[in-house]
Design a protein. Structure first.
Length: 247
C-alpha cells in the first residue's frame, strides 16, 4: 500500500495499524467490489458514535482498485484510512484519538495529575508527557477489532486461519490513565516507539471466543506499559458493559 500517498495525514502522528490476512489466498474470494462494500456495511460495529470501521458517506472519500475498496475520513479527531480486498485482507490505519483530540488529551493529562500528583510523582513534569491512553478506550478499541474480525467470519470471509496484527505506532512516553471513579496509583508509560504483535486464529475460535481473545490482547498491551496487575474480571465487566452499550 502506498502509505506515503494516503489522502489523510494519519501516519504523521500516533496511530493504530490493524491487518487481517487469511492464510489461504484467493484474489477473488469475494466476487465483486460491490460485494465488498455490502460486507463492510453488514459487519461494521456501531456501538458508539463512530463505526468500526467507518465507511464514509462521501463519495469523495472512497477509492476503488483492481481488487480492493477503500474509505477514509478526517473529522473531529477521527483520522483513518482502510482498505478491504477481495481476498479478505483488511488494512486499517487510524489515529490514536486521545492524541488527535486536543481537548481529550488535556482532560487525560489533568486526570493523570489528579490520580498521581502526590509524593514523588508530584515532581514529575506532566506537561512534558507526549500523550495519554484512556484505559477504557484502549480496551474498547481492541474489542472492536476482534469483534469485527468475528463478524467477517460469520460471513464466511475466512475459511482458513486468520493472521490478525495490531500495532500502535509513535507512542514512546505515552501514559495509561483511567478515568475518575477508580483508584489509579501507579505511573505506566510506554518505553518503546511501537508496540504490536500477531495473533493466528481459526474462524471457529474467533466466532466462539472473540471476547476472550480481545481481553488477552488488551492485557498483552497493558503489560508492555508496565501494568502487570490488571484485573481480568474488571476488564471483562467493562467489556460486557461496552458491548451492551452500558457506558
Amino acid at each position: 500500500m502506498p502509505e506515503n500517498k494516503l489522502p489523510v495525514p494519519v501516519l504523521e502522528g500516533p496511530h493504530w495499524r490493524v491487518r487481517f490476512r487469511p492464510e489461504s489466498y484467493d484474489a477473488e474470494m469475494i466476487p465483486s467490489l460491490q460485494k465488498c462494500i455490502e460486507i463492510i456495511e453488514q459487519t461494521k460495529l456501531s456501538i458508539r458514535g463512530w463505526d468500526y470501521p467507518h465507511l464514509s458517506r462521501r463519495e469523495s472519500e472512497h477509492a476503488f482498485g483492481s481488487h480492493w475498496i477503500a474509505s477514509w475520513s478526517d473529522f473531529a479527531g477521527h483520522n483513518e484510512y482502510w482498505r478491504f480486498y477481495q481476498s479478505g485482507q483488511f488494512i486499517h490505519l487510524f489515529s490514536v484519538e486521545e492524541a488527535a483530540n486536543a481537548d481529550w488529551q488535556e482532560q487525560l493529562r489533568a486526570t493523570a495529575k489528579g490520580h498521581l500528583g502526590w509524593g514523588d510523582q508530584a515532581k514529575r513534569d506532566w506537561d512534558a508527557i507526549p500523550g495519554f491512553f484512556s484505559v477504557l478506550n484502549f480496551l474498547f478499541t481492541v474489542t472492536e477489532i476482534f469483534e469485527f474480525a468475528a463478524r467477517l467470519c460469520e460471513k464466511s470471509i475466512y475459511r482458513s486461519r486468520l493472521k490478525l496484527v495490531i500495532e500502535v505506532k509513535h507512542i514512546k512516553g505515552f501514559v495509561l490513565v483511567h478515568e475518575w471513579g477508580r483508584a489509579w496509583p501507579n505511573y505506566y508509560a510506554a518505553s518503546e516507539e511501537s508496540l504490536g504483535r500477531e495473533w493466528i486464529l481459526s474462524p471457529e475460535d474467533l466466532l466462539s471466543e472473540s471476547r476472550k481473545h480481545s481481553l488477552a490482547a488488551t492485557r498483552w498491551f497493558f503489560e508492555r506499559f508496565g501494568w502487570l496487575s490488571a484485573s481480568d474480571q474488571v476488564l471483562r465487566t467493562d467489556q460486557e458493559n461496552f458491548l451492551n452499550r452500558r457506558f
